[in-house]
Design a protein around this ligand. Structure first.
Ligand code: GLN
Length: 199
């Protein structure tokens, strides 16, 4: 049995837990405080509101613990707001530099709300390296503007008005997705992420 933590401060953590329940050999656990990280083999940071999750991460001391574990190799997957929280650099499409709290674990620059606000949400099929074709829900989603070693972009979409936008990136034990695999029930994404545990 592998224990997979899902950060449960805000956002759609329940959907991730639901997905994990559907995969054999996985025990999902909610993570709300530092102690909950004990014995966790991997961690998922869900979508939601990245500024809110960031504030709670820093005020509960969870952020620094997650950074410490990530540096020791703990596999981490961040989806949507979770991808923002992994990024070294964050800008907002409209307001520019956000100066919000992030874990700064992945060498990626993300643009918040790159596709616009709620009404610009959509579902698209994306080809992600190592995973294949994925049905992906983009909800006020960010885009990955650039990545530098050891991070690299592993999936793009070609958006009708914005053009090519990075939507997936990897860096060693970390995976950032700017969409929601839990909403479209993309089990393959989880299986690939869980393969990071045995690396
Ligand atoms: N727009 C949100 C943010 O910037 C992310 C949206 C989401 O996670 N679905 O935090």
């Amino acid at each position: 049995m592998v224990k997979v933590g899902v950060l449960a401060l805000q956002g759609d953590f329940l959907e991730h837990i639901q997905m994990l329940h559907e995969i054999d050999g996985v025990e999902p656990v909610t993570v709300k405080k530092v102690d909950d990280l004990k014995g966790v083999d991997a961690l998922i940071i869900p979508g939601g509101e990245s500024t809110t999750i960031g504030l709670l991460l820093s005020s509960r001391g969870l952020g620094s613990k997650i950074v410490e574990l990530a540096e020791k190799g703990l596999p981490i997957m961040g989806t949507c707001a979770g991808a923002i929280l992994l990024a070294v650099k964050v800008v907002d499409r409209v307001v520019g530099e956000t100066n919000q709290y992030t874990l700064k674990l992945m060498n990626i620059e993300v643009v918040r709300n790159i596709f616009g606000r709620q009404r610009e949400s959509f579902v698209a099929t994306v080809e992600v390296e190592n995973i294949g074709l994925v049905r992906a829900a983009f909800i006020r989603a960010p885009g990955i503007k650039s990545a530098w070693p050891p991070a690299r972009v592993t999936g793009y979409i070609n958006h009708p008005s914005i053009g090519e936008v990075g939507v997936a990136a990897e860096q060693n034990n970390m995976l950032a997705l700017t969409f929601h695999p839990e909403i479209t029930g993309e089990k393959g994404v989880y299986k690939y992420f869980l393969s990071f545990i045995k690396r």
